[in-house]
Design a protein around this ligand. Sequence first.
Ligand code: FES
Length: 120
Amino acid sequence: MARSRLIRLTRHIVVADAAEVPAGTMKMVQVDGTDILLVNLEGTMHATQGTCSHEYFELDKGFLTADSLTCALHLSRFDLQSGDALDPPAELPLVKYPVTVSEGGEVVVELPEGPIPINE
Ligand code: FES
C-alpha cells in the first residue's frame, strides 16, 4: 500500500539588510501584504508576526525589554524566544518564522508557500 507523504513547501525571502536592524532594535517589513517584525536581540535575529495576537495592532510601536516585547496597546508582553504571551489580555503566542542572516548581510525569512500564518 502506497503511503502519502506531506511535503510542506517553503520559500526564502530577503526582507532587509541586517544593518537596518542593529542589536536592540526592531523593524517591520511586509511580505505579500503581511506585516513581519524583525527583532535583533543582542545580535541574534528573530522574526515574528508583526501584529499583536490580541487585537490588530502593529508591534513595532511596542517596547523591547530584555527577551520580551510589550504591545503598546494593552501592554501584553511576549517572549521573543518562544513567541508565548506572558501577560493578559493576549492569550495566543506570536507566530515565529525561521530567519537567518546571510554572509552578505541579508536578512532571510523562511515562510510557507501560500498564506503567511499569524495568530489573531
Ligand atoms: S492589542 Fe496587543 S495586547 Fe491588546
